[in-house]
Design a protein around this ligand. Structure first.
Ligand code: CP
Ligand code: NVA
Length: 308
């Protein structure tokens, strides 16, 4: 049995296995059919933070595959407060076939996995957001027909989404450029890991403070909120610092590519990290990404819980 805590733990072949299965499952769903791969199986959805996409895409994914999901709200379980993380894992393992968790501290999801007898899936931690990036890779693949050799420029906070994009992109031979404000870079550990993945795959890591530099030649421009969940007390400070990192028409034009696509994991703060014009414009693939959460996660569920 294996857990899915991050893309760094997977080989490139394993990431491709997930993407290929996601493509097949999406095709079947579009044709009006679903394979009952998880008949009788139950997934617990354990949240320490709010969610729209993660909750609904996992619930629908389980429904399509013939299983069911149980939503557990932040107030209900109070992970680590009402009960230790280890005990929550031990108890849930006696009832369900898998646990999807969204947590603050990444060490909490590692703890859950360490004490769970069923697979644990990371639905976002303060460190990474691997399910999001599987959906993003699927979306890029659909739009561009390939991943290897493409340049993805992430502009904004060096956060959980940036970390997973770096890992997923470099595993699959992409050139990943990151433009963050000084003080909001990814850590050296993340840089070293991504560089090692890129060396193996023929990808590349390009770190800068200059948004225009990052997006030059980009096939994909990606951004995310300037203030992640749990950082709310920093909002005012960040709102002052981040405006040069806004994804707007000017930044898009700086890619020099007519077919550049724009991505955002959502929720978007329109007028801050992305303008309405871009989010609703012809280059935007924001809602394809959101839909693909469901397809990518169905593949993860089928592989982890259904032994596909
Ligand atoms: N992108 C994403 O994870 O969205 P939610 O926070 O709504 O789940
Ligand atoms: N970086 C964001 C992603 C939300 C899906 C956050 O952690 O709040």
């Amino acid at each position: 049995m294996r857990h899915f805590l991050g893309l760094a733990d997977l080989s490139s072949d394993e990431v491709w296995q997930i993407l290929n299965l996601a493509v097949d499952l999406k095709k079947e769903w579009l044709d009006g059919g679903n394979r009952p791969l998880l008949q009788g199986k139950t997934l617990a959805l354990l949240f320490q933070k709010p969610s729209l996409r993660t909750r609904v895409s996992f619930e629908m994914g389980m429904f399509h595959l013939g299983g069911q999901a149980i939503y557990l709200s932040p107030n209900e379980v109070q992970l680590g407060k009402r009960e230790s993380v280890a005990d929550v894992a031990r108890v849930l393992s006696r009832y369900v076939d898998g646990i999807m968790a969204r947590v603050f501290a990444h060490s909490d999801i590692e703890q859950l996995a360490a004490h769970s007898h069923v697979p644990v899936i990371n639905g976002l931690s303060d460190y990474n957001h691997p399910c999001q990036v599987l959906a993003d890779l699927l979306t890029i693949l659909e739009k561009k027909g390939r991943l290897e050799g493409l340049r993805l420029a992430y502009v904004g906070d060096g956060n959980n989404v940036a970390v997973s994009l770096l890992f997923g992109g470099t595993k699959l031979g992409m050139e990943v450029a990151l433009a963050t404000p000084p003080g909001y870079e990814i850590t050296e550990d993340v840089e070293n890991l991504a560089t090692a993945f890129a060396e193996e795959s023929g990808g590349f890591v390009d770190l800068t403070y200059e948004p225009l530099e990052a997006v030059a030649g980009a096939d994909v421009i990606y951004t995310d909120t300037w203030t992640s969940m749990g950082q709310e007390e920093e909002t005012r400070k960040r709102l002052k610092l981040f405006p040069p990192y806004q994804v707007n028409e000017r930044l898009l034009a700086a890619s020099g590519k007519d077919d550049v696509i724009v991505m955002h994991c959502l929720p978007a703060h329109r007028g801050q990290e992305i303008t309405d014009e871009v989010a609703d414009g012809p280059h935007s693939v924001l809602f394809d990404q959101a839909e693909n959460r469901m397809h990518a996660q169905k593949a993860v569920l089928a592989l982890l819980l259904g032994g596909q």
